[in-house]
Design a protein around this ligand. Structure first.
Ligand code: IPM
Ligand code: MN
Length: 370
């Protein structure tokens, strides 16, 4: 079991998908995705072998190359196959300069989030070594919280349109959709998580002073759900203030819940607090169903194929996936090995080390006690 800075357990503790599902879809994607996923796979293969885990890894080459070659992002039936026959998806990153509209990324990554109804975007912000944070006088005891980003609605639904496109009178409308069901289930999830992991508070963040409709729904729902969790403190913070407080007083936060777009933005800031985008792991989860695990960084095309990308975000995402599948001790062992490699300065350049992606992953593998 993994423990946070103040001694509380930080296990995901979700209901895993049925144990009869053994297949894990491996989707490396674009740019540095294949390199960091290869690094994560060395860890997963080792854990699988040592602990005799009944998992079957199935590789898929859905990426920009395939899309450009065939015009198809994902073959017909693939989403149903994932939904019905897989326990989890382990994904690298999407984005390629040759596909400027990100069509394949939208089809595949957002497609999975929406069509598999992965409403919980679970993004822990946990500093693993004091020297990694850019914040002066803050350390591991201060930076240890969890952000839950709503993952199936908000500005990401792609509703809207143009009027008089291409003329000086052009109008573009981009809708931000919040449903009672969608808002309630992510807020409830944040409180449940806080209760199950012994965390003290839930902070809901929005911009309800300006977004008077969606924000109002979030505020009302938050207050109503909070009544059922009187053992957990709850407070609200406007998202502009949240960004400031995450930098000035990160120790204020335990669990944060917010909408899709704000969650996207503040989790990049959260990653920076942990040492950079290369460090942060994430889960796109529908409790009890096939769920998707990925580092939060992008495809970073300019670093692709150079063996420089930090594999830690991908490695920790693999750990998070194992935890989701009911193997918290293995996840804990992975985090410990990562911490050991960082403590020994055996890391990639972004963390101040001198290693490439492969060697940094080997440094973790060498320390893995499973
Ligand atoms: C993320 C990414 C994605 C998002 C992009 C690649 C569509 O930034 O997972 O945070 O905006 O959700
Ligand atoms: Mn993002």
């Amino acid at each position: 079991m993994a423990y946070g800075a103040d001694g509380h357990p930080v296990s995901i503790r979700y209901h895993p998908p049925p144990m009869t599902l053994k297949k894990i879809a491996i989707v490396p994607g674009d740019g540095i995705g294949p390199e960091v996923i290869a690094a994560g796979m060395t860890i997963l293969e080792r854990v699988k072998e040592a602990r005799k885990l009944d998992l079957e890894f199935v590789h898929f080459n859905w990426n920009a190359d395939e899309y450009l070659r065939t015009g198809v992002s994902m073959p017909p039936g693939a989403m149903d196959d994932l939904r019905n026959n897989y326990a989890a998806i382990y994904l690298g990153a999407f984005g390629d300069p040759r596909v400027p509209d990100m069509k394949h990324a939208a089809d595949i990554l957002l497609g999975m989030r929406f069509q598999l109804d992965l409403y919980v975007n679970y993004r822990p912000v946990k500093l693993l070594n004091d020297r990694l944070t850019p914040l002066k006088e803050k350390g591991m005891k201060d930076i240890d919280f969890v952000i839950f980003r709503e993952n199936t609605e908000g500005a990401y639904v792609g509703m809207g349109g143009f009027f008089r496109k291409g003329t000086p009178e052009e109008i573009a409308v981009q809708e931000d959709v919040s449903t009672r069901k969608g808002v309630e289930r992510i807020i409830r999830h944040a409180f449940e998580f806080a209760r199950k992991t012994g965390r003290k508070s839930v902070c809901m963040s929005d911009k309800s002073n300006v977004m008077r409709y969606g924000g109002d729904l979030w505020m009302r729902t938050f207050e109503e759900v909070a009544k059922e969790y009187s053992d957990i403190e709850h407070f609200h913070m406007f998202v502009d203030a949240l960004t400031m407080q995450m930098v000035r007083t990160p120790e204020l936060f335990s669990v944060i819940v917010t909408n899709n777009m704000f969650g996207d933005i503040v989790t990049d800031l959260g990653a920076a607090l942990q040492g950079g985008l290369g460090m942060a792991a994430s889960g796109n989860i529908h409790p009890g169903k096939v769920s998707l695990f990925e580092p939060i960084h992008g495809s970073a095309p300019k670093y692709a194929g150079k063996d420089v990308a930090n594999p830690i975000g991908a490695i920790l995402s693999a750990g998070m996936m194992l935890e989701y599948l009911g193997h918290p001790d293995e996840a804990d062992a992975i985090e410990k090995a990562v911490v050991g490699a960082i403590d020994a300065d055996e890391t990639t350049h972004d963390l101040g080390g001198a290693l490439g992606t492969k060697a940094a992953a080997e440094a973790v593998l060498r320390r893995l006690e499973v």
